[in-house]
Design a binder for this molecule. Structure first.
Ligand code: UDP
Length: 430
């Protein structure tokens, strides 16, 4: 058996008054039809990135809605995660090519993980490329399989894409964050587009009293008498942390006491993180107005919440981005964002809602300076951003779209009754 992630209880009813009513009502209606359906979500890490953030909220909520949902982790050693990170980079367009021995490492781990997977589910939802080969190598185990791709695969490296593509024939459906991410010659017919979402009730996104937020940041050495800009990201070159440092140094002559915080997590499935961390350290040594924090020194959800609440501007200068939950997280706190025009970011900030989109380091520096010099405008942008997130990027909307997809797939291939309280689907004979 693969490792099961322990999860707390959540109440879907608690989102009433926060998320739009029509989303909550339709989700409740669909969940009633899907009562008892057993879903397994499968990924590679229980912490450190957007996927784990989403699953930690959505899996318990699916249970509260009456489905039977679990989250399990595939296993891998350092060599496997090195290969999957290279595959991830190549699928996002990097020139990296996988060698034959790297492909063999991927296949051997996939085969092993497939053999540990039990056959007790109606749906198995596989997140990202790390576990993608499981149904082809281990059999479909009587379930319907969904591949949920969170990364930008619009222009994949052809060699990497040709390696992954054959495994995808075993799936019944796929989900992408934006339509443009669907790669060429995609082999799965049923494709849905569902941008991710944040959980307004998680410790990371709950309203934090200002006094507490200030205490949390002062405690770790941030001086709140000085202006503060922050980027919160895995240490990954696609997130352009060195570009952020460069932009910050261009702003500083104009705002001499400006602080920069780079808050980064090191995820289980991201071995490049340490390398990037060291590059950031080298680029910032001796500059005591730049703070670098990681999850490994205890900077976790509450600290991230405090940074997103109290920063004058939040940066997300991604060069490639799946979605960038951090953008919605900051906007939800009414904080303006300066972000790279990449992947799923522009849909979170359409036509300047919430902040300023940029393409270069120079534009980034200009945008930050502008917002620091025009705090009233910055506040307005942040407030508009919060409302945009409320309508489009809170967890109930994502659950609703997830339930719509499951409902459509049950319609296409009805689930055999196993004494479950499955309500009959209209138009489907039992
Ligand atoms: N995150 C965190 N601590 C960190 C860095 C990131 O908790 O030091 C969280 C961040 O708040 C967000 C997630 O990790 O919830 C990153 O998701 P995103 O979609 O922005 O990027 P990904 O890592 O999935 O590429």
């Amino acid at each position: 058996m693969l490792d099961l992630v322990d999860l707390g209880k959540r109440s879907f009813a608690a989102y009433r008054g926060i998320a739009p009513d029509e989303q909550l009502d339709e989700a409740l209606h669909l969940a009633e039809r899907l009562r008892g359906v057993r879903c397994l979500h499968l990924n590679a890490t229980p912490y450190g990135g957007g996927v784990s953030e989403i699953l930690r909220s959505s899996v318990p909520l699916l249970n509260d809605l009456g489905l039977v949902a679990e989250w399990q982790l595939i296993r891998g050693d350092a060599s496997f995660f090195q290969v999957t990170k290279r595959l991830h980079n190549a699928l996002q367009g990097d020139a990296t090519e996988l060698s034959e021995s790297e492909k063999a490492i991927y296949l051997a781990h996939s085969q092993l993980n497939a053999s540990h997977l039990s056959a007790d589910y109606d749906f198995i939802i596989v997140h990202d490329p790390q576990p993608a080969a499981l149904p082809m190598l281990g059999g479909r185990k009587g379930a319907q399989w969904i591949w949920r791709c969170h990364i930008d695969t619009s222009r994949p490296n052809p060699q990497a894409w040709e390696f992954l593509r054959p495994f995808l024939y075993a799936y019944d459906a796929a989900v992408f964050t934006v339509e443009e991410f669907i790669p060429p010659h995609f082999p799965i017919n049923h494709v849905a587009v569902q941008p991710p979402a944040i959980d307004p009730l998680s410790p990371k996104n709950l309203p934090l009293p200002e006094e507490l937020a200030r205490h949390v940041l002062e405690w770790i050495g941030v001086r709140l008498s000085r202006p503060l800009i922050t980027q919160i990201s895995r240490f990954d070159l696609w997130k352009d942390p060195l570009g952020v440092i460069d932009a910050y140094r261009r702003v500083r002559p104009h705002i001499p006491n400006l602080q920069l915080a780079l808050v980064g997590s090191l995820a289980l499935d991201d071995p490049e993180g340490w390398q990037v961390y060291r590059q950031i350290r080298e680029a910032t040594t001796g500059d005591n107005l730049i703070h670098v924090f990681t999850n490994l020194v205890g900077v976790g959800n509450i600290e991230v919440n405090a940074f997103q609440t109290l920063s004058n501007v939040v940066l997300q200068k991604s060069l490639r981005e799946g979605f960038g939950l951090v953008v919605s997280e900051a906007l939800w706190k009414g904080t303006p964002v300066v972000a790279g025009r990449a992947g799923g970011i522009p849909q979170q900030m359409p036509e300047g809602t919430g902040g300023i989109l940029v393409d270069t380091v120079e534009e980034c520096a200009e945008a930050v300076l502008h917002l620091l010099r025009h705090p009233q405008e910055a506040r307005c942008l942040g407030e508009q951003g919060r409302e945009h997130v409320r309508r489009h990027f809170l967890m109930p909307r994502l659950l609703l779209e997830h339930l719509r997809l499951l409902d459509a797939l049950v319609h296409e291939r009805p689930i055999e009754p196993r004494g479950l309280a499955l309500a009959p689907h209209p138009g489907v004979s039992p």
